[in-house]
Design a protein around this ligand. Structure first.
Ligand code: HOZ
Length: 430
């Protein structure tokens, strides 16, 4: 067992003045027991905690660090911008440059508005969809998490699922009523709902590859059904690509599956690890946002220069297709090795993976939706998580999150991880 006493002390101190000692609930380790690690520093594929323990990191700040921690190009861009100013609250050239890069990588985003987080991006896209269609109802899928805006905290994934909070108090019942939920991957139920309520639905929002109930892949034809049904009913299709955008491909999941949504939301990844989000899509829709149109959305720190230059530096590196091939190869090796261990040990297991994002489930069920995800053995996960951590491998402290391979992971890192994971699974069986 590693000595984590300094982290433990800091957690006690943090709880004095920060609710639960954390600034985002899933970090609190509730789903895995013990206390969170307090991080001292991170570089490449490794994080170091305040006790000096070093871990191979597959959390990557929950996805955005596709180039690993403190990538030299991003660090250089941020330092050089900081010397010129950290916030202007006024237009500047880096905003245009990042917007050009995002819209060229994701052509369905004809124009894009920068905000500060994925939550803000989604919240604004929903308001826009309601404003443009003049309708109130929205549709989401069980286990998909789209940030913590009121309308979206209904049957959500991520921390909401980890903590077992089905629907958050504080969300007015009248508002929650406007959010209709369906099981992920159930095309038939989507058609049935739209047949009944289609003319009142402003938009349908989906993670085209779910990443907040763990990774769940869309079944063949599912995204196409969503595209057709929304179009037939005059509702907007919103892809929440906060996790998948620039992660599974430069053009996100929509590039892989060949579906063009009306609006797309992006998050943390386009800031290279700095706080940022964005939403964009068809110009005729986006033109309804203030100052062009009446749908209001604003933010002093939106388009923040530090986040913009970090995002530009990151996209420049990602523009080489070899980056994605390499990520895919390493993630494939890792996942095949993990499944191999499970098979050898007779542990029922499934892995869902697209490129460098993946989740492992300890179940014999096919993973297609939130119900099947919940058949994964949460107690086994807890023991496995802690056994990994004890040997210096960090994965997300919840069975409802994704793991990420980043460009900084070397082949040796993958092999060491596999050795540790084999031992961790054996330990978790005991
Ligand atoms: N929604 C994030 C993971 N999918 C949580 C991030 C955090 O708690 O820091």
């Amino acid at each position: 067992m590693l000595n984590r006493s300094e982290s433990e002390k800091l957690f006690i101190r943090a709880k004095e003045h920060i609710p639960g000692g954390v600034n985002s609930p899933v970090r609190a380790f509730n789903a895995v027991g013990g206390h969170p690690l307090f991080i001292e520093k991170a570089k490449g594929a490794r994080i170091t905690d305040v006790d000096g323990n070093v871990y191979i990191d597959y959390v990557g700040s929950w996805g955005p660090l596709i180039l690993g921690h403190a990538h030299p190009k991003i660090v250089e861009a941020v330092i050089s911008q900081a010397k010129k100013g950290t916030s202007f609250g006024a237009p500047h050239i880096a905003e245009i440059e990042l917007a050009e890069k995002v819209t060229s990588a994701i052509p369905s985003m004809e124009t894009v508005r920068m905000v500060n987080s994925g939550t803000e991006a989604v919240m604004s896209a929903i308001r826009l969809a309601r404003g443009v269609t003049g309708r109130d109802l929205i549709v989401k899928f069980e286990g998909c998490y789209h940030g913590h805006a009121d309308s979206l905290l209904v049957k959500a994934g991520s921390g909401v699922a980890s903590l077992g909070i089905p629907d958050s108090p504080g969300v007015p019942a009248d508002l929650a009523k406007q959010t209709l939920t369906l099981p992920y991957n159930d095309s038939e139920k989507v058609r049935e709902l739209f047949a009944l309520r289609g003319k009142d639905i402003a938009c349908l929002i989906v993670e085209p590859i779910a990443g907040n109930m763990g990774v769940v892949l869309p079944k063949e034809g599912f995204l196409q059904t969503l595209r057709e049904v929304t179009q037939e009913n005059g509702a907007l299709l919103i892809f929440d690509e906060v996790i998948t955008g620039f992660r599974v491909a430069l053009g996100g999941a929509q590039q892989i599956y060949g579906i063009k949504p009306d609006l797309t939301c992006l998050g943390k990844i386009i800031g290279g690890g700095l706080p940022v989000g964005a939403y964009g899509g068809r110009k005729d829709i986006m033109n309804n946002i203030a100052p062009l149109g009446p749908v209001y959305q604003a933010g002093t720190l939106s388009g923040n220069p530090l986040a913009m230059v970090a995002g530009i530096a990151m996209i420049d590196v990602l523009s080489d297709p070899a980056v994605y091939e390499e990520l895919d190869r390493k993630a494939e090796t890792l996942c095949a090795g993990l499944l191999g261990h499970a098979k050898r040990l007779g542990i029922p297991a499934q892995i869902c993976r697209v490129g460098s994002m993946f989740s492992m489930y300890f179940t014999d069920q096919n993973i297609v939706d939130f119900a099947s995800v919940k058949t994964s053995d949460a107690e086994f996960f807890k023991r496995y998580f802690n056994a990994l951590l004890d040997e210096g491998v960090a994965i997300a402290p919840s069975p409802f999150e994704a793991g990420f391979v980043n460009t900084a992971h070397t082949d040796e890192d993958i092999q060491s991880t596999l050795k540790i994971a084999g031992r961790a699974m054996e330990k978790a069986m005991a």
